[in-house]
Design a protein around this ligand. Structure first.
Ligand code: ADP
Length: 374
């Protein structure tokens, strides 16, 4: 899909999905972003987390351990953790108490690996160091759900997990009208009512977006990431504002928990490696460990922004249902030969972006990419 101008580089984005129209829709968002000069992205924090649970005979001992880890013990615990890997480096220790239970959230850099294996090893070593001082401490679980991996949790939204990224773009009003078939004012209004107020009404945590999970999961599958981490990785707040005297649109996507790696896990599979190569981030970065994984996170954050733009435009223009009926429920589309082996190559994703010709589509040809469910 794409290419998309991300930080000055034209990048094709690999996506694997069964969601009808997702690629065409995201491509439409890319087109609008490119016409505005491209996307800018930054990584504001980098730290994978693991939160073991340990238990003490009473709350006095538990509280003593918490205080020790937060004060004079911090350097000792950090040193033990760091000794287990060339790449894992503790950045933050956050400790919480629940009765006699103590939860220690280790936040660490992990080079170009997503880091769960690496960090688990470090935690084991750090816990054994803590137990030298606290022999009455019992290790309940190396993962105490204070991490939090693959479950909804406010701690991830607030503290971040993996790469914390932000992307932004300015789309000229004329492009909003020509490519996205709506207006700056309508998009801004839609974003406030749906992504901000609607999600607040629903009591959402980190769900202040239209469909970040759609794009993120498709790129995760194509590049060998752990798709179950889409729970927290898809947390995103999408903001839109009229700028330049109300003429143009400023859009940003803030994603605090993009958990990605370019080495380890599913990134060793040949098709996924080919896709990482395609973005220029396969394997370990030769000179700056972590730079490949951070670049992948930035590409994902920009891609999510393209998806947000296109779906929100479709909703603002009232095109969602029409396009959905045309592309997702259409017999011809359903009967079309499946791309082989799966839509994870750039070639197949580009094929997938060609919308089927249907009567509805001919009537509504300006909106081929606007049928994404959210
Ligand atoms: P994960 O922790 O994401 O499950 P693994 O621990 O399975 O990943 O894979 C990472 C492995 O790759 C580690 O053994 C690590 O030492 C090695 N490695 C080599 N180069 C790098 C790098 N640049 N960044 C991270 N890990 C690297």
């Amino acid at each position: 899909m794409g290419p998309m101008n991300i930080d000055g580089d034209l990048i094709h984005i690999p996506m694997a999905t069964t969601e009808g129209c997702l690629i065409a829709s995201t491509a439409r968002g890319c087109k609008a972003i490119n016409a505005g000069g491209g996307a800018i992205t930054i990584v504001t924090a980098d730290g994978m987390t693991r939160g073991p649970c340990v238990e003490f005979p009473n709350i006095t001992r538990a509280a003593d351990c918490k205080r020790w880890i937060e004060q004079e013990g911090e350097a000792v615990v950090t040193e033990a953790f760091n000794s287990t890997s060339r790449f894992a480096r503790v950045r933050k220790l956050k400790v919480a108490l629940a009765g006699r239970l103590v939860y220690i959230r280790f936040s660490t850099t992990t080079g170009d690996a997503m880091g769960m294996n690496m960090i688990s090893k470090g935690c084991e070593k750090a816990l054994s160091k803590i137990s030298e001082r606290y022999p009455d401490m019992q290790i309940i679980s190396l993962s105490g759900n204070y991490c939090t991996d693959k479950k909804p949790a406010a701690i991830n939204w607030i503290e971040g997990r993996g790469k914390s990224c932000v992307s932004e773009a300015v789309i000229p009003g004329s492009v909003v009208e020509k490519v996205l078939k709506t207006t700056v004012a309508a998009l801004v209004e839609l974003n406030i009512s749906k992504n901000l107020i609607g999600s607040a009404m629903a009591g959402s945590v980190g769900g202040f977006n239209a469909h970040a999970a759609n794009i993120l999961t498709a790129v995760y599958l194509a590049t060998g990431q752990d798709p179950a981490q889409n729970v927290e990785s898809s947390m995103c707040i999408t903001l839109m504002k009229a700028v330049n005297g109300g003429k143009d649109l400023h859009i940003s996507c803030t994603m605090p928990c993009i958990e990605v790696g370019t080495i380890g896990g599913g990134t060793i599979l040949p098709p996924q490696q080919a896709m990482l190569d395609f973005i220029g981030v396969r394997g370990p970065h030769p000179t700056e460990p972590g730079a490949n994984a951070r670049r992948l996170a930035r590409v994902i954050c920009a891609s999510v922004m393209a998806g947000e733009l296109s779906l929100c435009a479709a909703l603002a223009a009232g095109h969602l249902v029409q396009a959905h009926m045309a592309h997702n429920r259409n017999g011809a589309a359903a009967a079309a030969p499946a791309p082989a082996p799966a839509a994870i190559s750039s070639t197949t994703t580009i094929q997938a972006s060609t919308p089927p010709a249907t009567p509805v589509e001919r009537e509504e040809s300006p909106i081929p990419g606007s049928c994404i469910k959210s």
